[in-house]
Design a protein around this ligand. Structure first.
Ligand SMILES: NC(=O)C1=CN([C@@H]2O[C@H](COP(=O)(O)OP(=O)(O)OC[C@H]3O[C@@H](n4cnc5c(N)ncnc54)[C@H](O)[C@@H]3O)[C@@H](O)[C@H]2O)C=CC1
Ligand SMILES: CC(C)CC(=O)C(=O)O
Length: 363
């Protein structure tokens, strides 16, 4: 008698975004389909939802209320980058799609790995680290739960930005960092600027240090944000997990991606305990949009992070296996010498994605 085990049927949102988004997001969906099939999972029910320029044209909102409502009914989603700096007013002055979605779903942890591929363009070969970025407050206070305390101009000649750091937000991001380090090389580096921003980033450092006492087997150190840039450029390969507030994490993760070989290979996952959103760490790259020159690795690996997260949340090893297949497919493709021009290769986005897909399907 043949028995078949039904695997969970997932519904995942697909938001292309702007610029290179419509190139890298569909490529990631195709690769995810191939990997899930190869791992024996049920086909995903993908739900296309508008955001960015597309949504402004169709619905008059950069992040439509209908998109937010539909996302709430999914198991997770892929968000492409948005070119919000180029939106017409009033959309440019509003909170951008990433900020709106992160805030709406309280996606407080932005997990941003940077991993170099052997022999491929890395500024610091051997880099294999993760920036754990607090995603809801700090100096991007427009996203915090404390509404109306972001930036403001009391007169046309004075602009003021407020930073907010709360014990609760520091504690939950610190725990994410220490838990992750426990599954990696057991080292956490706290990044702050407590010599100048004494109360805000001082609180961040101190709460992370307090949380560290619950993880005695994990090595901890801390650096000022300016100093850590120097250490990363010289010796990124020595770091494991770096935990920091929102804006420092945003900046440091671009640096770390480029040190690993290219900003185009830097993935990220935005999570809470209940939800997860795959999103490349980079922006919409308007300078190369529509030219088939984008490196899709960041979006592909972000998608793998989402599948891995789903596997953990639903105790579904097929999704973890699919995530591993995607990672292996990307590594095999890159180490075989196939990569986009930002990594010193010659292929376009489409050809790279096809190469990864055939590596997965032909194994
Ligand atoms: N999460 C998001 O959606 C983000 C959106 N943005 C938005 O993106 C737009 C452009 O911002 P920029 O400051 O120029 O940053 P960017 O990250 O879009 O581009 C910086 C540089 O990296 C290159 N690059 C980025 N991703 C690449 C990829 N996958 N493959 C190859 N090269 C890649 C670009 O060509 C450019 O030279 C702005 O409207 C900005 O607000 C910026 C950062 C994050
Ligand atoms: C969404 C961007 C405009 C800002 C950014 O880089 C980010 O918050 O990830």
């Amino acid at each position: 008698m043949t028995t078949t085990t039904a695997t969970k049927q997932y519904t995942l949102g697909v938001l292309h975004g702007d610029g290179i988004g419509p190139e890298i997001v569909p490529a990631s969906v195709l690769i995810a389909d191939a990997a899930i099939a190869a791992a024996g999972g049920s086909p995903v029910d993908w739900v296309r939802l508008p955001v960015g320029f597309e949504a402004i044209a169709e619905l008059g909102e950069a992040t439509p209320t209908s998109t937010l409502a539909a996302l709430a009914d999914t198991d997770g989603w892929l968000l492409g980058p948005h070119d919000s700096a180029a939106y017409p007013e009033p959309f440019r002055s509003e909170l951008n799609p990433s900020g709106t979605i992160r805030k709406h779903f309280d996606l407080y942890a932005n997990i941003r790995p940077a991993k170099a591929y052997e022999g491929r363009n890395a500024v610091v070969p051997g880099t294999d680290l993760v920036i754990m970025r607090e995603n809801t407050e700090g100096f991007y206070a427009d996203r915090s739960t404390y509404r109306g305390t972001g930036e403001f101009m009391p007169t046309p000649d004075i602009a003021i930005a407020m930073g907010i750091i709360t014990r609760q937000a520091c504690e939950r991001i610190a725990r994410e960092a220490f838990e992750l380090a426990g599954r990696r090389r057991r080292k956490v580096t706290i990044v702050h600027k407590a010599n100048v921003l004494k109360m805000t980033t001082g609180l961040f450092r101190d709460v992370c240090r307090e949380v560290a006492t619950d993880y005695p087997d994990i090595q901890v150190d801390d650096f000022h944000i300016d100093a850590i840039t120097v250490h990363l450029v010289r010796r990124a390969h020595e770091f494991d997990v770096l935990v920091t507030e929102n804006m420092f994490g945003d900046i440091l993760s671009d640096l770390a991606g480029e040190l690993a070989g290219s900003l185009g290979l830097a993935p990220s996952l935005n999570t809470s305990q209940e939800r997860a959103m795959a999103q490349a760490a980079h922006g919409s790259a308007p300078d190369i949009a529509g030219q088939d020159r984008a490196n899709p690795i960041a979006m592909i690996l972000s998608t793998a992070m989402l599948l891995d997260w789903l596997g953990g949340r639903h105790e579904d090893p097929t999704m973890n296996a699919a995530a591993r297949l995607i990672e292996q497919g990307v590594t095999a493709t890159v180490t075989a010498g196939t990569c986009t021009t930002d990594m010193g290769g010659t292929v376009g986005c489409r050809e790279f994605a096809e190469a990864v897909t055939s590596t997965i399907t032909q194994r």
